[in-house]
Write a protein that binds this ligand. Structure first.
Ligand SMILES: [Fe+2]
Length: 232
């Protein structure tokens, strides 16, 4: 039975939920091997920068090391995933209780992040889009998504942080409140990890930082920081 109440509960109170078996494993394998051909042919960019993030782009300045399929790369190389991205809107809307819409930003609407073995990672950050959905194409025993969930309770004097790790499982869909919870991807050791990143928004709020895509995709320093330090 599809337990919508459980997914909604986890999304609202644990900041993320995982729906297993959205894509069959055999399809994930096929998509992953086609993505690998593109990477081997150097058909997509390698994102590799460190310490560039700022509050201006909701980032704490960590390491970034992964191949990136931008929106047009996904449409060109793995168009099925663009179809999946659109087809998931009603499901995401039901889980999140929102008027979910696809992203108006074609560079970042649906991406693949391919973390290579030996240090593939993503720095600690908040997402800028309202609703974050990851579709995992690999199963991994390392390199989990790490979340820092802020907790409070009247019985405690101070708020505290609950740390949670979510390991990728082939074909599973993670739906997360990425604007509200700090998260990163623990560095890989010997495995490759492939995540399809589906960025959704709410119809009334499609805000995105002006500098964000240049930072994420090209490692360009956010504008206000460049101006204050006199660098381009
Ligand atoms: Fe994120």
């Amino acid at each position: 039975m599809f337990d919508m109440n459980r997914y909604r509960y986890e999304y609202f109170y644990d900041m993320a939920t995982v729906i297993e078996g959205v894509l069959p494993e055999t399809l994930c394998d096929e998509l992953a091997s086609r993505a690998q051909v593109v990477i081997d042919e150097k058909g997509v960019d390698l994102v590799r920068h460190s310490g560039l993030g700022t509050d201006a782009v909701s980032d704490l300045g960590g390491d970034y090391h992964h191949h990136i399929f931008k929106g047009d790369d996904v449409r060109r190389c793995l168009p099925e995933l663009y179809a999946v991205y659109h087809a998931l809107v009603p499901l995401v809307s039901l889980v999140t209780h929102t008027d979910t819409v696809v992203s108006p930003y074609p560079l970042s609407d649906v991406n693949i992040k391919a973390y290579p073995p030996g240090g593939g990672t993503l720095g600690l950050h908040y997402d800028t889009n309202g609703i974050t959905v990851l579709l995992f194409l690999t199963s991994n025993s390392e390199a989990p998504l790490r979340m820092q969930i802020e907790r409070t309770h009247p019985s405690k004097n101070m708020p505290w942080i609950e740390h949670k790790k979510i390991y990728a499982r082939k074909g599973a869909l993670l739906v997360m409140q990425g604007r509200k919870v700090l998260h990163d991807s623990e560095p890989t050791v010997s495995e490759q990890k492939l995540s399809v990143v589906c960025n959704y928004y709410e119809r009334h709020d499609t805000y995105r930082h002006e500098d964000f895509d240049n930072f994420v995709y090209y490692g360009a320093k956010p504008k206000w920081l460049s101006e204050s330090s006199g660098q381009e």
